[in-house]
Each structure stands twice: as C-alpha cells, then as structure tokens.
Design a protein around this ligand. Sequence first.
Ligand SMILES: [Mg+2]
Length: 195
Amino acid sequence: MIKLNLCVDIDGTVTTPYYWLKDANNYFNTNLRPEDVMEYDIHNVLNVEREEYMKFYDIYGEELHAKAKLRNRARRILCKLAEYHDIHYVTAREKRMTKVTYWWLEKKKLPIKGVHILGSHHKVNKANELNCDIFIEDRYENALELSRAGFKVFLIDCNYNRMPLPEEIIRVKDWNEIYDKINQYVNSKLKLDVA
Ligand SMILES: [Mg+2]
C-alpha cells in the first residue's frame, strides 16, 4: 500500500461551508441564504467593509469555529483514509484560533497527524514542507496557487468556487467522491510501480 500525505483545509472543506451565515445574518441584520454566497470574501457577500466584518469575526469567530458542523461523511471518510494515509490539516485561520481548532478537531473525533494554522491563504510552502501528495481545498485561489506549484488539488464544490478550472484541478462534490478519487489515484500509482 502507498502512504499519502493528505493536506486538508478545514473551513468549507471539513466543515459545512456556510456555518457562519446564521450568526452573520443576525449581526448584520441581513437575510442571506447559502445560494447567495457566490464569492469567498464574506464581507462582499454581506455588502459591508472588511473592517466591519473583522469586528464581527473578532467577537464571534471563536464561537463560530467551536460550533461548526462537519460536512456529510467527512469524519467517516477521513477515518477510513487515516488507516493508510497521514492527514495534515492546513488552515488559513489566525494563530489565535489554535486552541479552538484543536478542541474542535478532537471533539469531532477526527484523525490528526498534524495541524498547521498559517494565518495566511498561501499554502504552497507548507505543502512543500509536508511533502503533500493531494491537497483538498474549497478556496478557488488557493487551489490555483497550489496547482501552479505542482500539487495535485481536489476542490470541493461550493457556491463560491464554481469558476473555470484548469484540467489539473479536480472538482469533487463531496467526501464520498474524495474517497473514490484518492483510491483511484493510489491504484494508478500501484499500476505504475508494477509496470
Ligand atoms: Mg476553506
């Protein structure tokens, strides 16, 4: 069996993508639905200044991350994958979210090889350091940046990432498909090794 280093983003990838929406609607007195979230920058979706959104995030960010929900089958698939592969979480969350991030991953009983809280959307250096085989992401720009640096990327489908993709990036609709695609990748590698 081949052991892969799987780099996994957290927000929108392991969590459901719109878990912040209800609280943001309450705070900003808006009534947005998931289908309105057509871009990643939340302040644009809410039609407020970035600073205003950051004020909300400063107050409620930790609480939001603590109550984030898992995407369907994320735990089951990650646990199955962890039987053979290493799962490294690589998130752009700020360092101050370290405690809640570990707390949440443990509470959700997710398999953990490592957790990397970058405070930045630029993930290429970390992917290099971790010898990443496959990166699983929801942010379009991250996917492009990682793919351009030569990494294999699975982009998990969300309303805000449906822009055209280069053929190297694989769009996946859910964790079941991620599982299938990883197994296909492993099998293709094994065939190459035998040949
Ligand atoms: Mg994300």
